[in-house]
Design a protein around this ligand. Structure first.
Ligand code: ATP
Length: 417
């Protein structure tokens, strides 16, 4: 019999020491209960690729909820349970650890959510998306590090292939189409030939998937290092059109995404900006449709809607005779990421230049007089005060007045008028 592949060294050299200790201790726990425990999914794949995941998926052939409770109680770690699904999510120090009962999933009709029932580890691996994600590593003390690879995932990983586990895979769950493209582009892999054919045949099934599930996959894509590659590939295969028929990656989505990455701080991930750039070709009506289909959060929905409005109003910003105060009025109050996206995507160079002017300069222009100053000049607080301050700002923007003295003169004139 062939010796099982041992990943103990990969685990101990690639994962942080405290996490290795956690996995070993967890393995010991299961030795007591007699319920086998495995590390599965992306973390195993990444161990072979020399990477370390910060999200771990564990599956047990026993009671996942009780195991999660025991693990959470040792350090008082936050944990959420879904007893109905026998899954739990533990936040242990810096790591997110998903714990689930090994199970089988069957689909009553294509695109339905699966019907779940308990099953052993092999059954559990058999419900997964691709062979490279269907490997497991045993964690119990006597077998710690032993690889289970019943779908030849390691061979596919070595050859750089994305392969489904069975021919009905995309029919059961068409979100796997998006997942396949994500892994293909992330790793520079290829779709195995039959997988590629099945994927293409099942593209229309994407229309059977709920907006929430598509949204989740889209979010995963936008968290990739280079989401534009996945989106370009999705366009090439006709997958993107099933997100919305009016979407297209155009000639320069890659350049715009790269600029978006460069312009956002590491602590402010560019996902919203990416989404705005992606939906730039859509009209306000089309954007509204997409927002409600995907159930987008308020903040993002507003960004996309504002951008669609701005795009439709782009000709205003492109007028050669437009004044700085008019540029300001066009852009002021719009969602900041919508303005940023407009700058990155605007086709018209004059409009683009005006957006730049707004971002660099106009948005910071303020009158030096304040409400207090106006009160000292005899004006009671109220809506008129805001109007006058706005007028002062517009006059400053257009360079009609300079400095505090000229502002005072204008303010007095406005107070009389
Ligand atoms: P990533 O590196 O993108 O996080 P991951 O493999 O950890 O990869 P998850 O989305 O966290 O991805 O999913 C964990 C595991 O669950 C996958 O490796 C895969 O085995 C399985 N899985 C996730 N989604 C599906 C799906 N739609 N169909 C089948 N199996 C899935």
């Amino acid at each position: 019999m062939m010796q099982p592949i041992d990943l103990k060294t990969n685990i101990t050299t690639q994962l942080p020491e405290e996490l290795v200790a956690f996995l070993q201790a967890t393995g010991h726990d299961t030795a007591i209960t007699g319920e086998p425990l495995y590390l599965v999914g992306g973390a195993v794949r990444d161990l072979f690729m020399g990477k370390s995941s910060f999200d771990l998926d564990l599956v047990t052939e026993g009671d996942a909820i009780a195991l999660a409770q025991r693990l959470a109680s040792t350090e008082g770690s936050p944990v959420t349970f879904h007893p109905r699904f026998q899954t739990a999510r533990l936040l242990w120090r810096r790591w997110q650890i998903d714990i689930a009962r090994t199970r089988s999933e069957t689909y009553t009709y294509p695109g339905a959510l699966p019907t779940v029932s308990p099953g052993g580890i092999e059954t559990d691996l058999g419900r997964r998306d691709f062979t490279i994600n269907a490997m497991a590593v045993a964690l119990e003390p006597g077998r710690f590090g032993e690889l289970l690879d019943c779908h030849r995932g390691l061979a596919d990983l070595k050859q750089g292939l994305i392969r489904v586990l069975h021919p009905a895979s995309f029919t059961d769950d068409a979100t796997r189409i998006w997942r396949a493209l994500r892994y293909e582009q992330r790793f520079g892999f290829h779709l195995e030939e039959t997988t590629g054919l099945l994927l293409k045949q099942n593209i229309p099934r994407l229309d059977t998937i709920s907006g929430d599930r598509i949204h989740y996959e889209l979010e995963c894509i936008l968290k990739e290092e280079a989401p534009e590659k996945v989106l370009a590939r999705a366009q090439e295969l006709g997958v993107l059109a099933h997100l919305h028929p009016a979407l297209h990656t155009g000639a320069d989505l890659g350049g715009r995404f790269a600029a978006a990455r460069a312009s956002t701080a590491p602590q402010a991930p560019p996902e919203n900006l990416y989404m705005a750039l992606l939906t730039y070709p859509l009209s306000t009506r089309e954007v509204e449709g997409l927002i409600s289909f995907l159930h987008l959060r308020k903040n993002l929905a507003r960004t996309l809607y504002d951008l669609a409005l701005l795009r439709e109003r782009q000709p205003n910003l492109a007028r050669p005779e437009i004044t700085p105060s008019q540029v300001y009025s066009e852009l002021h109050g719009q969602a900041p990421e919508a303005i940023q996206a407009l700058y990155l995507a605007a086709e018209n160079p004059v409009a683009r230049g005006n957006v730049r002017l707004y971002l660099d300069k106009l948005r910071y222009v303020k009158p030096s007089l304040t409400g207090d100053d106006l009160q000292k000049m005899g004006l009671a607080p109220g809506p008129r005060m805001k109007e006058i301050l706005d007028e002062l700002r517009l006059a400053r923007l257009n360079g009609e007045i300079n400095g505090r003295r000229e502002e005072e003169i204008l303010a007095r004139r406005l107070l009389i008028g």
